[in-house]
Design a protein around this ligand. Structure first.
Ligand SMILES: Cc1cc2nc3c(=O)[nH]c(=O)nc-3n(C[C@H](O)[C@H](O)[C@H](O)COP(=O)(O)OP(=O)(O)OC[C@H]3O[C@@H](n4cnc5c(N)ncnc54)[C@H](O)[C@@H]3O)c2cc1C
Length: 338
């Protein structure tokens, strides 16, 4: 176990931004993690847990300890006729886990295909796509509190999962290292095709022709068509969360914008696609210097090559300001800004 100093994080964030970690460590096992907890408290108190860096914007060097938990492993820990419990170590690549489950025909996470990042980060914002969220098949996770070194299990109800949200994105941010998660997946063919883009792509197939592989390949195709590949164009996926507004505000906006796209939630509020709001403010495909909004999806901010984190943040602030001026809605960041 070796703590490195002044380590570049450029290849560890999908925006491709240059930022240095004052201290940096890769942890390969729970044993090593426990050993790390003897490090002086002054260093541990200022830790940042990093996975694949696909939901992080570095606006500066990190003046503390960056911890990457890279242990890998996937195994079935319990199985009956209907379902399996799969345990995956936090350092696994999320999409490798999906690929494994699809190959074994374990149903439940195929709609989450191709989401970048690690298994350990998946609960942080309760990753979601195409009508499915991690919480739908989540059983529990394990990890360690950095301050006390104590191990804890969090069941689903302990995690306060919400839309792109959890207790780990709030109270426990950078306080708790997730080391593994357990998911319950199904052996029976169950698909979630509620999302319109997915339904549309699969409309020519009969139900008996649908397979888990076909659903995964379709999701991958939709995503590749819609989202920029971070290897070619630095980005962190959706930069903002879709806002939820009350009926009064919704009616005001709808009156002026009959083409408003919305989704009524069970609590009576209205969810509006942030991409629609941003596009209405003229940002879709706009570029200012090294930063821009992706031409096919206004929710994605891209680095055209040499942007700094500050430039990206300023561009995002400009979007927030204009959306707020036009619609009186202040967008929340989905990305973690450092
Ligand atoms: C092209 C693209 C498309 C995307 N599409 C989606 C999508 O469809 N749906 C979606 O939900 N997200 C999407 N994202 C966002 C991103 O992929 C997810 O948020 C992913 O879970 C981040 O994983 P990561 O390992 O890269 O986390 P990082 O970016 O490294 O970290 C994210 C957060 O998790 C914390 N963290 C990471 N690992 C741990 C750990 N082991 N223990 C405790 N805390 C930890 C970090 O401190 C940080 O706060 C997309 C991103 C990109 C670039």
């Amino acid at each position: 176990m070796l703590i490195l100093e002044n380590q570049s994080l450029k290849h560890l964030n999908t925006f491709g931004l240059e930022a240095k970690a004052k201290y940096y460590i890769e942890i390969e096992s729970e044993k090593e993690l426990i050993e790390l907890f003897v490090t002086p408290k002054s260093i541990l108190d200022n830790a940042l847990i990093l996975g694949g860096g696909s939901n992080i914007l570095f606006t500066k060097n990190y003046d503390g300890l960056v911890i990457r938990y890279i242990a890998k492993g996937i195994k079935v820990i319990l199985e009956d006729d209907e379902s399996v419990l799969i345990k995956a170590e936090a350092g696994e690549v999320w999409d490798d886990l999906v690929s494994y489950c699809v190959a074994k025909k374990y149903y439940g996470i195929e709609n989450l295909s191709l989401i970048p990042g690690t298994v350990g980060a998946a609960p942080i914002q309760n990753i979601g796509a195409y009508g499915v969220e991690l919480k739908d098949c989540f059983e529990l996770l394990e990890g360690y509190f950095i301050d006390s070194g104590s191990k804890q299990t969090f069941m689903r109800s302990d995690c306060n999962f919400g839309y792109r949200d959890s207790i780990f994105k709030r109270e426990l941010k950078n306080k708790f290292v997730i080391t593994s998660i357990v998911l319950r997946l199904y052996k029976k063919q169950i698909f979630n095709l509620s999302y319109s883009a997915l339904k549309e792509e699969l409309k020519n197939y009969n139900t008996n022709e649908l397979t888990i592989e076909l659903v995964r390949e379709t999701i991958k195709r939709i995503r590749k068509n819609k989202l920029p590949d971070p290897v070619q164009l630095g980005n962190s996926g959706s930069f903002f969360k879709n806002p939820e507004i009350d009926e009064e505000k919704f009616l005001l906006i709808h009156e002026k914008n009959p083409d408003l796209v919305f989704y009524k939630t069970s609590s009576g509020t209205y969810k509006i696609p942030a991409g629609w709001l941003i596009e209405k403010c003229g940002f879709k495909g706009r570029r200012i210097g090294n930063v821009g909004t992706f031409s096919k999806q206004a929710l994605v901010i891209v680095n055209y090559g040499n942007a700094t984190g500050d430039e990206i943040k300023n561009y995002a602030e400009q979007i927030r300001h204009e959306v707020n001026t036009k619609f009186s809605i202040l967008l929340d960041y989905e990305v973690n800004i450092i």
